[in-house]
Design a binder for this molecule. Structure first.
Ligand SMILES: [Zn+2]
Length: 737
C-alpha cells in the first residue's frame, strides 16, 4: 500500500502523540529461526509430513517376582521394525533401573550439605549409609538363533552392535534376559517404583515399572534418543504390541497394562463371576475383591505361583502392580467409540476413601479428556494406591494418598483425587500423544495439567484448581536463574520444575483458551493436535503450528513470550483522561481554536488521580477541505457532533511493565452502579510493545476502572490496575512494615 502525502499527514496527526519509546524487542516477530524448518517428515502446518515415519517395537515378556528375595527376573523377545530411511548398524535400549545404582548423580539422591543435626532419613537420602542392591543385571542378549550379540552398557542405556545392519523397511528379532533387585521405596528420594513394605502384616505391595530393557526412540529429529535417565526427564519410547506373562505368588492380585487374557485361570470362580458382571456395571464400581477377602489373604502365604497374562496393543510401555493386599473394584464406562473398564487396586490402608473416590476419579478423567482429545482407546484404565507421589504408565498409574485412621481432610482428598486425574490423564500426554519427555517435560506435564484443571473445573468445581494467579509468585521470581518453559527437562532446578513445566504452561493455555482465542477456536485446534499426533512423536513446533493453522490466530508472540521467555505480565493503567463534548457550548465559533486532533491540549487541567475535577471540555472543529485531498465527498460535521453530544470520552493509557504481551480486560463501573467488561486483544501492543493509548466513548459517567478484574491474565502487580488510583504506601511506610 502506498499512501498519498495529504492522507499520510492525517495519519501522522493521529499517531504522532505516541510517547517516549523503549527499545523495540520484536515481541510480535515470527518465531522463524526458533522453529525447525518444515520438511517432508513434519509439515509447516504442524501435521505429520507426507513421509513421516516412526519405528515400532513388539515385545513378548515373561517375568517372575520372587517375594522372598524381592527380585524380578525376566526374559523378553523384541521385534524391532526399522521404518526409518536409514540403515541401523546398532540399536539402543533403556536400562532405567540403573538410575538407582549408588553414585549415580541424579535426583534420587538428596542434594545439599550437612547440618549439626540431621535425621536418619535425610542422611539415607544424602549418602545412603544403608546400602542396597540396585540396577539391572543383563544375563544374555542373543539373536533369533540364540547367538550372543555384543553389547555396551553406558549407565542407563545399552547399545547392541548388530552383526548385520537392519536396512530400511526390515526388522530384527532378538532376546534379552535380565534380573534386578526391586528397590525398597522408602530408601531413597523420588522413586517411582519398587516395593512398599507393610510391617503390621509383613506384606509388600510391588509397583513394577521401568522394569524391562526397552527400545529407545529413534526419530527424524534427533536420531537415537541419547539423554541418560536422570529422573526428571522421563522417557522417549516407541509404540508396539505387548504380550506380558507375569508369574507371582498365587495369592497375589495383579493390575497390569492391557487386557487380562486368562482371568478364568487366575481368579477364583467367585472373583471371575464378579469381574464378568462388573463389565456391565455402568452406574457404580463393583468389588471383585472385598476388603474382608483382602484382609483374609494378608494372613497367609501361598507356596505356589500363578501366571497372569496381559495383552496390550499400541502402547509405548507396560507396568504392573502385584500384592495379596489388594482390594479391587471395577466400573464400566461407555464412551462414544469405546467401553472402558475403570479400576482401582488398593490395600486396606487406603480405605474408605479409595473405594469411594478412586474409580470415580478415573472415570471423570477419561470422560473429560476424551471430550478434549480422542476417545480413550484402551480397554482398561487403572489407579493403584501408593504411599506417595503419582506416576503414570499406559493404562495404569500409581497414585499417592491415604487416610490416617480412616480420615482424610478435604484438602488431602482433593490432592489425592487431583493426582489420580493427573496420572490417568497422562495416558493422553505422553502415552498416546508421545512427546520426548527427556527433552520437553512441559509437553506432557503442561498439557496434562491443563486438562487435569479442565476436569476438576467440570467434575469437582468445589476444589481449588490451577488459575492464572497461581503462577504469579513464580513469575515474579529472580530472572537471573529463571528458565523459559522451552528448557531441556533435566536442566531445570528442583524447586522450579513444578511451576515451570506444570503450572506455567497450564496457565498459558488457560489464558490462551479463555482470553485470547476463546473456547471455540482453542478447543477445535487442541483436539486437532491430539488427533494429528496420537501414537506419534510431536515436537513443540508441531503443537505451535497446529494451534495457529486450525484457528487462523497468529500466536507467535504468545509462544515467544510464554514458552521462550521469562517475562511476566504487568500491565499498568497509567493514565485516564475524561473529556466531554457538549454541542453549542464548545463550538469553535465561541471557543478558542484548538489544533485539529490535539487531544492533549488541556492535559494540565486534570491531575489524573480520580474523576473529582470532572470532565475536560472537548472542542470539535469542522474538518477543513484540505484534509480531504482529492476526495470530493465530505463528512457531515454536524452529524458527528450530534452523535458525540453529551458523550463521555475516556482516554486510557496502558503501560507494559512486565514485558510479556497480554490482552487487556477492562471493567468499567458507572455512576448508576452498573458494570461493563470490555476486552482489548493482545494485538493492541503490535506497534508499541511498551505503551498503548485507547479512547472509549460512553453514554454514562464512569466512577471506577479496573483492568484484569477477575485475575485472568496472571498480572503480577494489581496495585497499578485501577483508577481512581489508590495511594501507594510511601517508602517509609513500606520500611516500617
Ligand atoms: Zn505428571
Amino acid at each position: 500500500m502506498k499512501i498519498l502525502p495529504v492522507l499520510a499527514l492525517s495519519f501522522m496527526t493521529l499517531f504522532s502523540f505516541a510517547q517516549e519509546q523503549k527499545k523495540w524487542q520484536g515481541k510480535f516477530e515470527q518465531l522463524d529461526y526458533l522453529l525447525p524448518t518444515p520438511n517432508e517428515y513434519r509439515s509447516g502446518s504442524g501435521a505429520p509430513g507426507a513421509k513421516y515415519w516412526q519405528q515400532r517395537a513388539d515385545y513378548v515378556i515373561d517375568a517372575e517376582i520372587d517375594e522372598t528375595t524381592n527380585r524380578l527376573t525376566g526374559k523378553e523377545t523384541i521385534t524391532y521394525y526399522n521404518n526409518s530411511p536409514e540403515t541401523l548398524s546398532f540399536i539402543w535400549l533403556q536400562l532405567d533401573q540403573n538410575v538407582n545404582k549408588k553414585g549415580n548423580e541424579d535426583f534420587g539422591s538428596a542434594f545439599g550439605g550437612l547440618q549439626d543435626t540431621l535425621n536418619t532419613q535425610v542422611l539415607q537420602y544424602l549418602i545412603r549409609p544403608i546400602e542396597f542392591e540396585a540396577g539391572c543385571t543383563i544375563n544374555s542378549v542373543t539373536d533369533k538363533s540364540g547367538k550372543n550379540l555384543p553389547v555396551v552398557i553406558n549407565n542407563t542405556m545399552m547399545r547392541i552392535d548388530l552383526p548385520v545392519p537392519i536396512k530400511s523397511g526390515e526388522s530384527i528379532t532378538f532376546n534379552v534376559s535380565w534380573t534386578y533387585a526391586i528397590t525398597d521405596r522408602s530408601m531413597f528420594l523420588l522413586s517411582r517404583e519398587g516395593y512398599e513394605h507393610f510391617p503390621e502384616d509383613n506384606n509388600n505391595v510391588y509397583l513394577i515399572a521401568h522394569w524391562f530393557p526397552r527400545m529407545c526412540q529413534f526419530d527424524d529429529f534427533e536420531g537415537w534418543q541419547n539423554k541418560q535417565f536422570q529422573r526428571l526427564g522421563e522417557f522417549a519410547l516407541e509404540f508396539g504390541n505387548y504380550k506380558v506373562n507375569l508369574t507371582v505368588p498365587a495369592d497375589h492380585m495383579v493390575a497390569g497394562t492391557g487386557s487380562l487374557t486368562n482371568a478364568k485361570e487366575v481368579l477364583s470362580a467367585r472373583e471371575y463371576e464378579r469381574f464378568e458382571k462388573a463389565k456391565t456395571s455402568f452406574d457404580k464400581p463393583m468389588l471383585i475383591v472385598t476388603e474382608e477377602e483382602a484382609r483374609e489373604r494378608e494372613k497367609t502365604r501361598s507356596k505356589t505361583k500363578k501366571t497372569w497374562r496381559f495383552q496390550a496393543d499400541n502402547v509405548r510401555d507396560v507396568a504392573f502392580a502385584s500384592s495379596r493386599k489388594f482390594i479391587w473394584d471395577v466400573q464400566a464406562v461407555k464412551l462414544p467409540t469405546n467401553t472402558v473398564l475403570c479400576m482401582s487396586f488398593y490395600p486396606k490402608e487406603g480405605q474408605p476413601v479409595w473405594f469411594e473416590e478412586s474409580t470415580k476419579a478415573v472415570k471423570n478423567a477419561i470422560e473429560i479428556y476424551s471430550q478434549y482429545t480422542i476417545d480413550y482407546p484402551y480397554p482398561v484404565a487403572i489407579s493403584v494406591n501408593t504411599s506417595n507421589i503419582g506416576m503414570e504408565f499406559p493404562m495404569i498409574s500409581f497414585n499417592g494418598g491415604r487416610p490416617r485412621n480412616g480420615k482424610m481432610s478435604e484438602r488431602e482428598k482433593a490432592g489425592m483425587i487431583g493426582t489420580i486425574i493427573h496420572e490417568v490423564g497422562h495416558n493422553y500426554f505422553p502415552m498416546i500423544v508421545s512427546s520426548d519427555e527427556r527433552q520437553w517435560m512441559w509437553m506432557d506435564e503442561g498439557l496434562n495439567t491443563f486438562l487435569q484443571t479442565r476436569t476438576e473445573a467440570d467434575r469437582y468445581p468445589q476444589f481449588h484448581h490451577t488459575e492464572p494467579k497461581d503462577i504469579v509468585p513464580f513469575m515474579k521470581g529472580d530472572k537471573n536463574v529463571m528458565r523459559p518453559v522451552m528448557t531441556t527437562s533435566d536442566n531445570e532446578q528442583l524447586n522450579a520444575f513444578g511451576n515451570n513445566f506444570y503450572v506455567k504452561p497450564t496457565v498459558a493455555l488457560t489464558i490462551l483458551r479463555e482470553t485470547i482465542m476463546g473456547p471455540e477456536l482453542f478447543d477445535r485446534a487442541f483436539k486437532e493436535y491430539a488427533n494429528r499426533w496420537k501414537y506419534k512423536h510431536p515436537r513443540p513446533a508441531d503443537l505451535f503450528r497446529t494451534m495457529e493453522n486450525v484457528s487462523a490466530v497468529d500466536l507467535d508472540w504468545f509462544w515467544r513470550g510464554w514458552f521462550y521467555g521469562t517475562d511476566h505480565v504487568d500491565v499498568e493503567l497509567s493514565e485516564v483522561k475524561w473529556y466531554k463534548y457538549q454541542a453549542g457550548k464548545q463550538d469553535p465559533e465561541t471557543k478558542v481554536k484548538v489544533k485539529s486532533g490535539d487531544l492533549t491540549a488541556s492535559q494540565n487541567q486534570q491531575k489524573n488521580l480520580d474523576f473529582s475535577s470532572g470532565p475536560m471540555p472537548l472542542t470539535i472543529n469542522n474538518t477543513p477541505d484540505a484534509a480531504y485531498g482529492d476526495f470530493l465527498s465530505r463528512l457531515d460535521d454536524n452529524a458527528v457532533k450530534q452523535k458525540l453530544d453529551g458523550k463521555n470520552l475516556y482516554q486510557l493509557k496502558f503501560k507494559n511493565n512486565g514485558g510479556l504481551i497480554s490482552p487487556v480486560i477492562i471493567e468499567w463501573t458507572y455512576k448508576d452502579g452498573t458494570k461493563e467488561i470490555e476486552k482489548l486483544p493482545a494485538e493492541i501492543w503490535r506497534r508499541n510493545e511498551n505503551e498503548v493509548t485507547r479512547v472509549f466513548s460512553k453514554d454514562k459517567e464512569v466512577t471506577n476502572i479496573v483492568i484484569d478484574p477477575k485475575a485472568a491474565t496472571a498480572d503480577v502487580n494489581i496495585t497499578n490496575n485501577m483508577f481512581p488510583k489508590k495511594a501507594e504506601p510511601t517508602k517509609f511506610e513500606q520500611l516500617k512494615k
